[in-house]
Design a protein around this ligand. Structure first.
Ligand SMILES: Nc1ncnc2c1ncn2[C@@H]1O[C@H](COP(=O)(O)OP(=O)(O)OP(=O)(O)O)[C@@H](O)[C@H]1O
Ligand SMILES: [Mg+2]
Length: 556
């Protein structure tokens, strides 16, 4: 079935009214002067780049005036205070405003949109049979969609909000079943969602709160046609929120098409492309052939039991590197788009649990993934855009932690030298002199054209021969790392349990955590590498649960 775009202009009077402004300032916020609000913003590096009547920031969780049923869960997380993006993002999102929220990797953007989601849903009429979701969250990868779902589960549990994840690579049946039983939140990757819409398995007529996580990725050329198709199905007076750590100029105009004129844009920290400052960035200019031995040496130095995420450019490269690592006795798994969903799930679960502390990945793992205690990110192959670089290294140093990123940079990457040098300088990191020389060459060759929107762009490996002075810079690795608000609508208890909603799926039956089903299944997939258990008994044998004992992780 081909999706028809409803003529929104002609049916606007028939659309049911809905509430999207739930925000009532706490007395302590109301009494803040504009000057005090600005002072707080300055202190938190919050810049309001666009928007009229922007609400004042909140300074504590209490000031956001979330209802008790949300605050219970917030308290259980033991967070000290809202992050800057939450402090300014929550009042904007709760006020029903369209928002572009830009803040560094690992700074709590997920909760910045998830808590208002719950408030929004609880203020809407209950789902009726045949209704689609009230909230749609779009994300670029299945793993990120599932992770967002888990945050929705954690914070939505007290109000019995139901959700499902819709993504490709797995059978449609269970997703169709969830959709037909009725869920308030759908978290989706675009392709599978369009399949579901075209198949008439769900509809977006009730969507009034739309989130684009990793919004610049969702709006880049790879996803744009799909995003347009999806947007066409959603009433234009919805609330739209876009989030990312990067916002290249190529997507700005397109983003505006999907946002109301009354939108707000907030930016935490640098206005330019910027990496998380708690990540120590080390760039090693190398020749292609040096990468493998250098990586092995680096691992010897840094492996201390913490998780290490290694990025390659291609799926084949990821597989080859995984094999090489395992050949040397390192307990490495690989994740990329050619793996089955079960393999992807089990690999990520092994990495998250720490049972397998080294994960080799393509850019499927570059954005959004929040894995505790990733200490090192290694760019074995450099990223294809400077934005991707920022996201990749943002897998470490999250939620206030510190981390280290090592990047191999070859002559083939020279077009990104200038942008990388800027990112390094902005974060107060050392810029290798050769990077400057590459940057000069890049300018002479016209610079990186459309490096973001094009995505496919990457200088072909060996086509550029570097002058001999660009050969290996020697080792640059240090020996260790651096370090009850009634205005929110019905309370949780007044919301019917799912069984009270006709046709609704009981909460427990939603495949919430089922996305990481079987560690048992995981072990079967290791059968392909029978030798590993012999080479390195740590990884798949005795060491489950022993990951923090650094001695256990050293190769035998
Ligand atoms: N107020 C807070 N205080 C401390 N930790 C928090 C707070 N809010 C969220 N976190 C934690 O911070 C971590 C990172 O959050 P999140 O994944 O939302 O980051 P992000 O900004 O979306 O990053 P990315 O750009 O990489 O997607 C999570 O583990 C989350 O639980
Ligand atoms: Mg995120």
């Amino acid at each position: 079935m081909n999706l028809q775009r409803p003529n929104w202009a002609s049916i606007s009077s028939q659309l049911s009214k809905f509430e999207k402004n739930f925000y009532v300032e706490a007395p302590s916020v109301a009494s803040m002067t504009e000057a005090e609000a600005d002072e707080f913003r300055k202190h938190q590096h919050i810049a309001v780049l666009q928007g009229r009547n922007v609400p004042k920031p909140i300074r504590t969780f209490e000031e956001a005036q979330f209802p008790d049923y949300i605050m219970q869960t917030v308290r259980s997380q033991k967070f000290e205070r809202p992050t800057a993006i939450q402090a300014q993002g929550w009042p904007c999102a709760l006020s029903g405003r369209d928002l572009v929220g830009l803040a560094e990797t690992g700074s709590g953007k997920t909760l910045a949109f998830v808590l208002p989601v719950i408030v929004h849903i609880n203020a809407q009429p209950f789902l009726q049979p045949g209704d689609g979701p009230i909230v749609l969250v779009l994300a670029p990868t299945r793993e990120l969609a599932v992770q967002i779902q888990e945050v929705c589960n954690t914070f939505g549990v007290t109000s019995k909000i139901k959700n499902t994840c819709v993504y490709g690579g797995v059978p449609k049946g269970p997703q169709i079943r969830d959709l037909s039983r009725g869920v308030e939140i759908v978290i989706a990757t675009p392709g599978r969602l369009i399949d579901m819409l075209e198949g008439g398995k769900t509809n977006l007529r009730r969507v009034t709160y739309l989130v684009l996580d990793e919004a610049d990725r969702m709006l880049d050329m790879g996803f744009e046609p799909q995003i347009r198709k999806i947007m066409d199905q959603i009433r234009p007076d919805r609330q739209t929120l876009m989030w990312s750590a990067t916002w290249p100029k190529e997507v700005k105009a397109l983003a505006r098409e999907f946002l109301s004129e009354d939108m707000i844009q907030i930016n935490i920290g640098s206005m330019d492309l910027a990496a998380n400052h708690r990540v120590t960035q080390i760039v090693d200019i190398v020749q292609e052939y040096e990468k493998r031995p250098k990586l092995m040496k680096l691992l010897e130095t840094i492996m201390d039991g913490g998780r290490i995420l290694i990025f390659t450019q291609t799926k084949k490269g990821a597989d080859q590197l995984q094999r090489a690592l395992r050949g040397e006795g390192w307990p490495a798994l690989a994740i990329h788009g050619d793996k089955t969903q079960q393999e992807r799930d089990s690999t990520l679960a092994e990495f998250r649990s720490g049972r397998s502390p080294i994960m080799v990945a393509t850019d499927v793992a570059a954005r959004g993934l929040d894995v505790k205690d990733v200490r090192y990110v290694i760019n074995y192959d450099f990223a294809s855009t400077a934005e991707d670089y920022v996201h990749r290294i943002g897998r470490t140093g999250r939620a206030g932690a510190t981390g280290t990123a090592y990047s191999f940079f070859t002559s083939g990457d020279f077009k990104l030298a200038s942008k990388l040098a800027k990112v390094l300088a902005e974060a107060g990191q050392e810029v290798p002199p050769q990077l400057h020389q590459f940057a000069v060459m890049s300018k002479a060759s016209g610079g990186p054209k459309n490096s973001f929107r094009g995505r496919g762009y990457r200088p072909s490996g060996g086509s550029y021969m570097p002058p001999s002075s660009y050969s290996s810079s020697g080792s640059s690795y240090p020996s260790s790392s651096s370090g009850s608000a009634s205005h929110y609508g019905p309370s949780a208890s007044s919301r019917p349990s799912s069984s009270a909603v006709p046709g609704a799926l009981p909460q427990a039956a939603v495949p919430a955590y089922g996305m990481y089903p079987a560690y048992g299944a995981a072990s079967t997939s290791y059968g392909a590498y029978p030798a590993v258990g012999v080479v390195n008994p740590y990884a798949y044998g005795a060491a489950a649960g022993a990951t923090s004992a650094s001695s256990a992780v050293r190769r035998y």
